[in-house]
Design a protein around this ligand. Structure first.
Ligand code: MYA
Length: 176
């Protein structure tokens, strides 16, 4: 994992009492989500809660995900990290959106490989949530293919009703 530089005063948020238990699979937060939903060409990411403020996810790289022939597209891999880092909100119940996402591509990711991603919350300062993740090839302890750091910004739920659609009657889930 990258060494994450946190600003002075950042603290670790509390794991929400209703967060999925360690080992529990996270629900699909939106059926059409490109990351975790039924979207035909999507990632079909499967994610389970880890200890503390961590998540473990994985997806199979398919022909839908190519950039160069036989290799995953870099932007699509960044998408997978956005999804994983965004889903950390299910541990904290803090509604937030990606403000900044930095991805380091360290190894090519071939079609038919499974990318295992471990994501964690590193700290919170005001509305800013600092997160990071590492992606490994074909096993949870496989070779590191990517690392990423994400800055998420806490927003009110009105962010999703104002800019998105279909949030009526929901409390903390931000997608229908
Ligand atoms: C409840 C949980 C449910 C979980 C469900 C799982 C869902 C999973 C879904 C997964 C899907 C994946 C998830 C997705 O794909 S989320 C979709 C992709 N992201 C977006 O669409 C966000 C678009 N941007 C915005 O809406 C606004 O710009 C936001 C809301 C982010 C901030 O505008 P706002 O007017 O509100 O606030 P502010 O501008 O005063 O900024 C506030 C603070 O933040 C700092 N700042 C801001 N930006 C940056 C930056 N780039 N680098 C560094 N710092 C930045 C800023 O300096 C300030 O700091 P400070 O001055 O206070 O120190």
């Amino acid at each position: 994992m990258n060494k994450v530089e946190l600003p002075e005063g950042a603290t670790l948020p509390v794991r929400h009492p209703d967060a999925p238990a360690p080992g529990e699979e996270l629900p699909v937060h939106y059926s059409q989500c490109f990351g975790c939903g039924d979207n035909e060409s999507g990632l079909h990411m499967r994610v389970r809660a880890g200890e503390g403020l961590t998540l473990h996810g994985r997806f199979l790289v398919t022909d839908h995900h190519q950039g160069a022939p036989g290799l995953a597209h870099g932007g699509l891999l960044a998408c997978a990290f956005d999804e994983m880092l965004g889903m950390l909100g299910m541990l904290t119940h803090i509604p937030a959106v990606t403000g900044r996402l930095e991805t380091d591509f360290r190894r090519p990711v071939p079609v038919d490989s499974t990318l295992h991603i471990r994501a964690q919350v590193d700290g919170v300062l005001g509305r800013k949530i600092y997160t990071s993740a590492v992606g490994r090839l074909n096993a949870e302890d496989g070779p590191v293919a990517l690392t990423a750091q994400g800055l998420f910004i806490e927003v009110g739920l009105e962010h999703f009703s104002k800019h998105g659609r279909g949030l009526e009657g929901r409390d903390f889930e931000v997608n229908p």
